[in-house]
Write a protein that binds this ligand. Sequence first.
Ligand code: UD1
Ligand code: UDP
Length: 402
Amino acid sequence: MYSKQRRVALVVGTRPECIKMAPVWLALRHSRSLSPILVSTGQHRQMLDQAFGVFGLKPDIDLGLMQQGQTLPDLTARVLTAMTTVLREHRPAAVLVQGDTTTVLGTALAAFYERIPIGHVEAGLRTYDFEAPWPEEMNRRLADPISRWCFAPTEWSAANLKAERTPGANIHVTGNTVVDALLWVREKLKRTGLTAAQVIERCQIPADFAARYLKDGPNNQSPITSNVTGASRWVLITGHRRESFGGGFENICHAIGQIAAKYPDVGLLYPVHLNPNVQEPVRRILGGNPRVALIPPVGYEDFIWLMDRCHFVLSDSGGVQEEAPSLGKPVLVMRTTTERPEGVDAGTCRLVGTSPDVIMREASALLDDEAEYARRSRLKNPYGDGTAAYRIAEILAKDLST
Ligand code: UD1
Ligand code: UDP
């Protein structure tokens, strides 16, 4: 450690924030002028710890704020209060937040009140619809104007910030750190190797599903490509958006059941998010379905390993929309709008909402039409080249040393 190093607090609370902030922590660790302090609000617990584990990270401070079935106002208030205490005690030169969660909003507000400059990683994403994603669209639209550094992943997100009169000097197009994370994990997988048997055991994948779809073989050895046709095709599923709770989620589950019924040769693997509002409908509607394997959330490297081998992904996740183009995996995005239009423009992602009819029609196109599948499974990532975190670290080092 250099005596003149200035401290930068990297604050994360949930699984995706950890995955996308980890590369920034790794980059700042090598900085001559800055040193990272990793702060976890603990908005998530098991799912966040899984992500820390993959990158070998241990928070310097863990506020452990998660409560079962936490509410938005309560969690927001607790993040604001607890982060204010942390910032008063440690007085970092800057605070970095990532994305659009309650941790981001509460931390940015705490830093603003403490007059500590904020860096927003993944700034400028917009749907311009406060209802979707809810409440994330509001979180990032409040965080950006109070940020000293808006690290926009793409030119499109930078243009949104410019249109909102964000000062040009505050906007930096860096790429999305999710690409850095994905490449880091891929390198790790190449170095250490990962067998189907390890993934099956760690992820608690049922034996019958594993035997049929995840046997060791050519499609389980490639780091990037899998077989796209044949008898062992299977679909990877994730879902957790608040605006879909209730009827939307029930529809999603019915759509999954219908795909299982129409395609008896196709497997469906669903690592179910731990939010009780997700667990309840998924287990009630799909729990008894022998064709759908429900498993706990899986670690990041296992998820990438699985994503690399599935036929396509059915998801409402932000991060999955960004990762899929690098893996050449079509995603049916179970939302009506997205703040990540680049993946849709690249042809990889398609918005399908939550109507069972539409999901079924779009799933059929990917399962029945090989030409269509080939068109939508090209490798092309509009979100960056894997150097976003180094760019962020360089910008911070330059600005904080002057
Ligand atoms: C949060 C974010 C969302 C992000 C998602 C990533 C907000 C408002 N929402 O949604 O933007 O896309 O994380 O997954 O910030 N739980 C556990 N263990 C865990 C994690 C969650 O038991 O490790 C359960 C708890 O009962 C918790 C509930 O899930 O109260 C909801 O967690 P919360 O972070 O409030 O919302 P998410 O739906 O996870
Ligand atoms: N992911 C994971 N395990 C899972 C499901 C997803 O590691 O069981 C990863 C996924 O690769 C992506 C991130 O978690 O990087 C997305 O998290 P989530 O969907 O919870 O949040 P969002 O991106 O929608 O905010």
